[in-house]
Design a protein around this ligand. Structure first.
Ligand SMILES: Nc1nc2c(c(=O)[nH]1)N[C@H]1C(S)=C(S)[C@@H](COP(=O)(O)O)O[C@H]1N2
Ligand SMILES: [Mo]
Length: 439
């Protein structure tokens, strides 16, 4: 374990026996660390440290040849860093979801191999030479020249790259019921951020002679068996932000994320980012597809449904220390986390150490881009008393992340989607961090 001061959470992926062993070991270490702190002893490298005195093999011999790895892989010591399926969620066939390990990531970009996945019917590795994108109108007057593009025809067009987050509308869903899932991987891990590369959808629509005035909506359709179709308003597309993307973090999309083509709709819930994109249709009204009438609607207290609530509102979470981690020593710790807003830039993040009574502004790491993850940090000196850690983000439009009380007052308790409430972590006297709900 590299980080001596905050132990990564192993509880979620070790066997029951291993968990027992880790716990037993950790307890011992913890007691020792506290005894040392109380005695005023400094953390010191013991005299005769074999890691200094004995020359290791890697300083004496020849290393691996480059040919051993034509495509790079993480260190073998980072095996536990994985996206994971939540133990609490039922899996129906290949329809599944994996969560990104936010607690162990740095900066704002999610490595492609750790990007969360949400598949309604499993993923495919589609042969790009056989993939086609059709662009048509719901009738001929809405689009003059229906066209079918192959990947070469799309990739020769002028492209743009932009960094943006994608969050599933159902991220943090379990917390509506105060389920208190154990780690930030499961509370907030349906969130990732990449640099995406592609052709603005508006370019394709202009090539095809779409009527951008009467054609107020576009239907995006995926090629997998889930029949994923979503309505995207033309106003978003006209801003140039919506991309027909093939690139992710400098290389082609990963199959799990929609290879060879997906829609990128910055600021809007993940379900609209249709993967394996095969068709775009221009229409003059919202389509009311199954994934926008049966699913992805929010049941309100008065019994009505809120529909097309696509924007991912301002939100933040402390990723370390976070649920399942153990703070092993008193003294200085850096609190770090992520903030984002589907409406634009994050303007400010405040952190509270007392469950929301007092707040202090955190440092925002640059670049703080619109509709992108923003990393925040703040300093913390722990005296081993219990602490309730919270973060609260404000975006450039003035939207403030709500408390659970404020959110429930408007949305009631029967929602699944769009939970952007303030997350609380309880750091207990024994150093263990737990998911709690406050206010
Ligand atoms: N074709 C297709 N597109 C899809 C889905 C799908 O199952 N099939 N899932 C959607 C949902 S619900 C989300 S949250 C995002 C997830 O994207 P990711 O798997 O790249 O993280 O893709 C969306 N696009
Ligand atoms: Mo989703």
């Amino acid at each position: 374990m590299l980080n001596r001061f905050i132990q990564r959470a192993p509880e979620n992926f070790l066997s029951a026996q291993q968990i027992k062993d880790v716990k037993a070991g950790r307890r011992g270490f913890l007691a020792g660390a506290f005894a040392a702190a109380v005695a005023g002893a400094q953390a010191q490298t013991p005299a005769g440290d074999p890691h200094i005195l004995n020359l290791p093999a890697h300083s004496k011999g020849l290393g691996q040849p480059v040919a051993a790895r034509p495509y790079g892989l993480p260190s073998a010591f980072e095996k536990n860093l994985q996206r994971r399926e939540s133990p609490g969620l039922t899996r129906v066939g290949a329809a599944s979801v994996s969560f990104a390990p936010l607690q162990s990531l740095f900066g704002i970009i999610t490595p492609s191999g750790l990007h969360f996945e949400r598949h309604h019917q499993g993923w495919w590795d589609i042969d790009p030479s056989k993939h086609r994108l059709m662009v048509n109108g719901s009738d001929d007057s809405l689009l003059k020249r229906p066209m079918v593009f192959d990947m070469d025809e799309i990739m020769r067009l002028p492209s743009v790259s932009r960094m943006c987050f994608i969050e599933c509308g159902a991220n943090t869903a379990m917390e509506w019921n105060n389920t208190a899932v154990p780690t930030v991987q499961y509370t907030h891990g349906m969130l990732s951020c990449s640099e995406f590369t592609g052709v603005p959808l508006i370019t394709l629509l202009e090539m095809c002679g779409a009527d951008l005035k009467r054609g107020k909506f576009v239907l995006a359709e995926g090629a997998d068996g889930s029949g994923m179709t979503r309505t995207v308003p033309m106003s978003l597309i006209q801003s140039g932000e919506v991309l027909v993307a093939y690139g992710q973090n400098g290389e082609m999309l990963r199959p799990e994320n929609g290879y060879p083509l997906r829609l990128v709709v910055p600021g809007i819930q993940g379900v609209s980012w249709v993967k394996y994109l095969r068709r775009i249709e221009v229409g003059d009204m919202p389509y009311g597809a199954k994934d926008e009438t049966l699913h992805y609607v929010d049941l309100l207290p008065d019994g009505t449904h809120r529909q097309y609530s696509g924007i991912q509102e301002v939100k933040s979470v402390i990723t370390s220390p976070s649920g399942g981690q153990v703070v092993l020593q008193k003294g200085f710790h850096s609190i770090t986390g992520l903030a984002w807003s589907g409406r634009g830039k994050v303007k400010k993040v405040d952190v509270s150490l007392d469950g929301g009574r007092n707040w202090k502004a955190a440092r925002l790491e640059g670049p703080a881009l619109a509709k992108c993850l923003t990393r925040f940090n703040t300093d913390f000196v722990w005296d081993s008393k219990p602490v309730i850690l919270q973060s609260r983000a404000v975006d450039e439009t003035g939207q403030i992340q709500p408390t659970y009380q404020a959110l429930r007052a408007v949305r009631g308790g029967r929602s699944i989607y769009h939970n952007n409430a303030i997350q609380s972590w309880l750091l207990g006297e024994n150093g263990e961090v737990k998911n709690v709900q406050v206010g």
